[in-house]
Design a protein around this ligand. Structure first.
Ligand code: G3H
Ligand code: 13P
Ligand code: ZN
Length: 333
């Protein structure tokens, strides 16, 4: 058993409290490898932002659980070396079983998500409560989920959103003891969040998605005032980067995300954690494709992963400063 406290990590409790009080959201950036982790830490140190390093079960298998523990510890030390002791959470994204959550706690995670949202309500409550009971013994915070996002979630694909039912949230939070709650108000995972027929097109032919259901968010906030809310599927799918991918041989068709102004608005509410993975994938892919297409003789991985890392860092800084508002937050009480 490795305690996250010995790795220099923090759980999400304090950073969420500050984020809600001061009306911003903490970035939860998914990572699988060293370059992504470097970009996240560089961006957050420069912007003076707390951060959630987010690992899916697939990422954990890809990177290896033991390496991840040292990478997280390395992230803490790397941030200090770069000049800022930023709060860093190591969080399991979309944990689907008690066993996986337990294993993550044992390997140094400071926060876990148990996503029981695909189960019937009672089973979701029972599973989430069991994870909370275990995790809290080690002061590890737990995120639960109510409502199902459209698109692919946990390798389960849902055709339509099942929006979170505000009348369930109070009971869920009380019965499970979760520290934060992911909700479904119209966001969705991946780079194709909406079908073209669900969108309108502007004069340039760009797809405009349907707006988020802020009415549901407000209703939830009324029922559990000040309780930390999480938004998954919050990538914006930058069209300039999609165009770079497609220009250099990619085939991202009808890719569409959540407009940043809507995320900005959400960040000023009880939404205190915003999950971004796909935008990072898009930024990396665009940079790598550009190098491959314009410098075909290049075969040193540093020559394409380096530009990918730089592009990722810029994207993360933009999100922190212009969307989430989590910059310059290290002195806050
Ligand atoms: O919500 C899912 C995250 O984007 C992680 O995706 O399971 O492919 O690592 P992944
Ligand atoms: P995106 O696919 O919109 O980046 O969402 C990521 C996410 O919710 C990870 O849990
Ligand atoms: Zn998610």
């Amino acid at each position: 058993m490795i305690s996250y406290k010995d790795l220099g990590l923090v759980n999400s409790r304090e950073i969420f409290r500050k984020a809600i009080e001061n009306k911003y959201a903490i970035p939860a950036f998914n990572f699988n490898n060293m370059e992504q982790m470097q970009a996240i830490i560089q961006a957050c140190v420069e912007a003076k932002s707390p951060v959630i390093l987010q690992v899916s079960s697939g990422a954990r298998k890809y990177a290896n659980q033991t390496l991840l523990r040292y990478m997280a510890q390395g992230a803490v030390e790397y941030a200090k070396e770069l000049g800022a002791n930023i709060p860093i959470v190591l969080h399991l994204d979309h944990g689907d079983t008690f066993e996986l959550c337990k294993s993550c706690v044992e390997y140094g995670f400071s926060s876990v998500m148990i996503d029981g949202s695909h189960h019937p309500y009672k089973e979701n409550v029972a599973l989430t409560a069991k994870v909370v009971e275990y995790a809290h013994k080690y002061d590890v915070t737990v995120e639960g989920e109510l409502g199902v996002l459209a698109g692919v979630e946990d390798e389960v694909s849902a055709e339509h959103h099942t929006y979170t039912q505000p009348e369930e949230v109070e009971d869920f939070v009380k019965k499970t003891g979760v520290d934060s709650l992911a909700i479904s108000i119209g966001t969705s995972h991946g780079a194709n969040k909406f079908k073209p027929e669900q969108c309108t097109r502007n004069e340039q032919g760009i797809l405009i998605p349907p707006p988020l259901r802020f009415d549901i968010l407000e209703e939830i906030e009324k029922r559990i005032p000040g309780f930390p809310i999480v938004l998954h599927g919050a990538s914006s799918v930058p069209q300039d980067l999609v165009a770079v991918i497609n220009k250099y041989g990619g085939a991202l068709k009808d890719a569409v995300g959540i407009p940043e102004e809507q995320l900005r608005r959400a960040a000023t509410s009880a939404v205190c954690k915003i999950n971004i993975d796909s935008d990072g994938r898009i930024a990396m892919t665009a940079a790598v494709r550009e190098v491959f297409a314009t410098k075909p003789a290049e075969f040193d991985p540093r020559k394409y992963l380096g530009p990918a890392r730089d592009s990722l860092k810029e994207l993360y800084k933009h999100k922190i400063v212009n969307v989430l508002g989590s910059n310059n937050r290290l002195e806050e009480n």
